[in-house]
Design a protein around this ligand. Structure first.
Ligand code: SPV
Ligand code: MG
Length: 554
């Protein structure tokens, strides 16, 4: 049979812009369209992934997936919930199996409005009685009164809020044994009532009665079929018959049942996962279907990423002689703290706060500083120079927001997050609980700070504190805290620091200067150096006592 014409709108149809218009175009198009069954968000996504143009939200499959019978045991609002997940998981049109419409014309009106609200492209309602029974269960199921069913179709069409929403009228006359004439009579009535397409259903194992129907019907409106029982029929015959749409109605839920049974049985009998791991979808695959990568992207866009533009310079050139043998073959930044080099623990915290570029100034045993995703910058003269000379080695990195940190410290991440968000071009972190940390011994230095205001537990975050001076020999009465070895520089702050380093180079003080000398010069030069107080939650590693503390800290 040749079908020269289906619907005049097919040729001039504008590009579908909604899912409903896409379904409508597919129904009226002269091409055969296939809808594939899905019963939840995941299966709907898989249907789209496979390349189908639309989803059949099967009543049988949704009920089965919910663990109930296909007898309207799931309420229509429960089905609606499932549909919402399916719509969210896909971009292609969904034609939902609306059974008998869940009641009379009034229920159909409400159903159609709610489906339109949720972006469902169309509904198929069948001319049986509520509560329905699946077409393949038993014989001679009673049919709905034809005129009453036409009223439902009209009510549905009058209620759609999307102009392209499709209502497919399903004829059960062949299923119930009423024969071809009754099927054709009903098809005409439903077409006249405004159905966008008719679905002619059959439970025979041959497609003969369906093809006979199509011959008589001659495409007065698009025809949809469900070849579950006459599955052996070549698809070409449907094309030749001018059928608009084939629904593969339940094959995903059945595939899932077989796969789940097999894997459950295997695991139950073998008491191990060894035999199944390679045969099932990977966890990565699950994540991909859930769209995890989109969330990662969105997190980058919407979550605060305080350190995202900031790079770090880690000063880690010195040996750490007070650690004795432990630093014989490596600098102290590489000594092991609970299975990881100290520097690795530090860089993990930096990365967790969004700092991606990390330059480490190395000197003593520099070849042993071989961590992934850091860049090393050598200070060849590490043995005879101080911290500022090391900083100069990484000077080209002072070209934007920057964090300068000692390589032998550990701190809780919130300290860094707060520092990265702090106002000010040059901000240092000082521990107000300096007295509790005070210890004397070889190689132990505490750089204390004098500030414009002491720490008070009740102070407001907006109140700013400025550095007055920093160094190891402040009188107790002036000490407000201990500098932890962290400075955050804005782009302007980094520029100030570069200028100051250049001045130190000129006046010959650079090589011997340490970071506190630099900070004091900045303050003396009238630059504001802000202080952010903390109360503990950090440590530096100078000797084996500190090392023991570091192990407990992690
Ligand atoms: C469904 O998939 O729920 C259908 C098609 O209605 S059938 O099961 O063949 O009736
Ligand atoms: Mg059904």
């Amino acid at each position: 049979m040749t079908i020269a014409f289906r619907h005049s709108s097919a040729r001039q149809a504008p590009r579908p812009s909604t899912r409903a218009s896409a379904l409508k175009s597919a129904l009226v198009s002269p091409d055969l369209t296939f809808l594939m069954e899905a019963h939840n968000g995941l299966s709907a996504r898989i249907v789209e992934e496979a390349g189908f143009r639309g989803v059949w939200a099967s009543g049988l499959s949704i009920s089965a997936a919910l663990g109930v019978r296909d007898n309207n045991e799931a309420s229509w609002t429960q089905v609606l919930e499932v549909l919402e997940f399916m719509a969210d998981a896909t971009t292609i049109p969904i034609l939902v199996d609306g059974d008998t419409g869940y009641g009379n014309f009034n229920n159909v009106r409400r159903l159609v409005r709610k489906l339109c609200d949720r972006g469902i492209a169309g509904v198929c309602i069948e001319d049986k009685l509520f509560p329905k029974t699946n077409s393949f269960v038993g014989d001679g199921q009673p049919l709905a009164d034809m005129d009453e069913f036409c009223g439902k179709i009209k009510a549905g069409k009058d209620s759609q809020t999307d102009p392209d929403f499709c209502l497919v009228a399903r004829i059960e006359a062949l299923i119930s044994g009423w024969g071809l004439d009754e099927a054709l009579r009903r098809a005409e009535a439903y077409h006249q009532a405004g159905a966008d397409a008719i679905l002619i259903h059959s439970k025979k194992s041959s497609a003969d009665e369906i093809l006979a129907f199509c011959q008589e019907w001659a495409n007065r409106c698009p025809v949809v079929i469900v070849p579950t029982m006459y599955y052996a029929t070549p698809t070409e015959r449907y094309r030749a018959a001018g059928i608009s749409c084939v629904i593969w109605a339940n094959h995903n839920v059945r595939a899932a049942i077989s796969a789940m049974r097999e894997v459950s049985r295997k695991i139950a009998t073998s008491e191990t996962l060894v035999g199944v791991e390679g045969t099932i979808a990977s966890v990565k695959d699950v994540f991909a279907l859930q769209g995890n990568s989109e969330l990662v992207e969105a997190e980058r866009r919407y979550l605060p990423q305080p350190g995202i533009d900031t790079q770090a310079i880690v000063l880690a050139a010195s040996r750490g002689a007070a650690l004795g043998e432990l630093t014989a073959d490596r600098p102290k930044c590489m000594i092991d703290v609970r299975g990881q080099p100290l520097l690795r623990q530090l860089t993990t915290t930096l990365k967790d706060s969004g700092i991606r570029r990390i330059g480490v100034v190395v000197g003593y045993r520099k070849e042993s500083v071989d961590l992934p995703s850091i860049e090393t910058v050598p200070n060849q003269a590490y043995a005879t120079t101080g911290e500022c000379a090391s900083l100069v080695c990484a000077e080209d990195r002072l070209d934007g927001p920057c964090l300068v940190t000692y390589g032998d410290i550990l701190f809780r991440r919130y300290i860094l997050d707060r520092l990265l968000e702090a106002d000010g071009d040059i901000v240092v972190v000082a521990d107000a609980l300096w007295r509790e940390r005070r210890r004397t011994g070889p190689g132990l230095v505490h750089d204390h700070v004098e500030c414009s205001r002491p720490f008070s537990p009740g102070y407001l975050d907006e109140d700013t504190v400025d550095l007055v001076r920093v160094g190891p020999d402040l009188p107790d009465r002036d000490i407000a805290g201990e500098w932890v070895g962290l400075v955050r520089l804005s782009a302007r702050g980094a520029e100030r620091v570069r200028e100051e380093l250049a001045a130190m180079r000129r006046d010959g003080s650079l090589d011997r200067a340490n970071m506190p000398d630099l900070l004091n010069r900045l303050v003396a030069g009238g630059h504001q150096v802000r202080v952010q107080y903390i109360t503990g939650h950090w440590l530096d590693v100078d000797d084996s006592f500190d090392l023991a503390k570091a192990r407990n800290f992690l």
